[in-house]
Ligand binder design. Sequence first.
Ligand SMILES: [Zn+2]
Ligand SMILES: [Zn+2]
Length: 371
Amino acid sequence: MNIFKLSQKKMSKIGFRLTKIKDTEPINALSFIAILFLDIFVLVNLFIGLENHTDQMSKPSEYIPQICREIVIQDSWSAESRIRKLSSYLLHYDRRYYKKKLDTKVKHPICERIIDGFDDLKINKELIEIFKEREKLQKKYITFDNFQKNLNDEAKVLLTKIEAIDKQINDNDAVKQFWQIIAEQRNFSAELKSDLRKLNYIFPLKKLLFEMLFLLPLFAVLLWWNSISFKKERALQSFISSHLIVVTFIPIFITICKAVFEIIPDKLFKELIDFLESLKLIAFWHYFLVVLAILVSLLVIYLFQNKVFTKKRLIKRRLIKKQCVNCGKKLLPNLEFCPFCGEKLKITCGNCNEETYKGSEFCINCGERME
Ligand SMILES: [Zn+2]
Ligand SMILES: [Zn+2]
C-alpha cells in the first residue's frame, strides 16, 4: 500500500471539507479569503471578549491582596518594620503613572478593612509628603556603613531626624487608626490562611465555569444553526457555521486545558520535569506535548468530518428520506437511475456481487460494510 498516496488522499479530503461548499460548488479564492477573515475576526473577538468577561471576577490576588497577606498571614508588619512597609506601599502607589481611582473588585471581608484603611492613607497628601521626606533621609543614611553609623556625626543627625519623623507618623491620627486595624485583623490569621488555601483550589474551577458561561451558549447556537442549515440543505450556511463551530471550539479547548493545568498542582509537573531532566530524558516531555497536540487535532478533525456538515451525513439523510443521493429529489422505489439528474442509484457489492443502494453503509444483501 502506498502510504504517501493514501495520506495525500486523506489530506485532500480534509482540505475539501474546509475549502469546498459542495462537490459541485468549489469555493472561489475571494470567498475563501472572506471566510478566513471571518474565522480570524471571530476568534480574536472571542479571546478579547473572554478576557473582558473574566476580568469582572476577583482573582485570588485581588480578593486577598498582597498587603493583606503580609499583614494577616505572614505577620510581617511588626512594630519595627511597619513604617518602612507602609512607606514602600504608599510611595509605590504615589509614583504610579496610572492611578486607579476606585478598586471595585470584591475583597475578602478580613482584608476589606485593611484595604479601606490603606485607601484613606494613600489620598492623604500631607502624610505622603512626610513619607517622602523620610525616604530622602533614609536614602542618605544607608550610604553610611555600620561602623560610620555609630561614629559619624552626620549619620547621628540623620538618625535623629528619621526618628523624629517616625514619631510624627506614629502620632498621626490616620496612621494610628491604621495600626489599630492591623492589630485587630491579625487575629484572623488562621481563618484567612484556610480561606486562601480553599480559594486556590476553587478559583480555577469557578473561572472555568464563568468562561463556559460566555462560550457555551455561542457554541450551542452555532451547533443549532449548523443542524438547521444542514437539514434544509443550505450549503453555504452549513459551511460557514461549520467553520465557526471549529473556531469557537478553540477557546473552549484552551480554557479547559488551562483550568486542568491550574488545578493539577505545579509541584507535580515540576517533579516530573525534574525527574526527566535528571535522567537526561527531557525530550520525552516534548514528545508528550506533540502526541497530545496530535490527539487533539485528530479529535477536532474527527468531529468536523463526522458530526458537522459532511457528504456522508447528507447522503445518509437522503437515503432515509427516499431521495436521490445526488440531487435530493424525492424518488419512487427501486429505480436504477434518477429521473431528474441521471445519477446511477444502485451499485454492485464487492463482496456478494448483488446490487445495493449507492451511499448505504452496509450491503443490503450480505451486510458487508461498503466503501
Ligand atoms: Zn437525482
Ligand atoms: Zn453484499
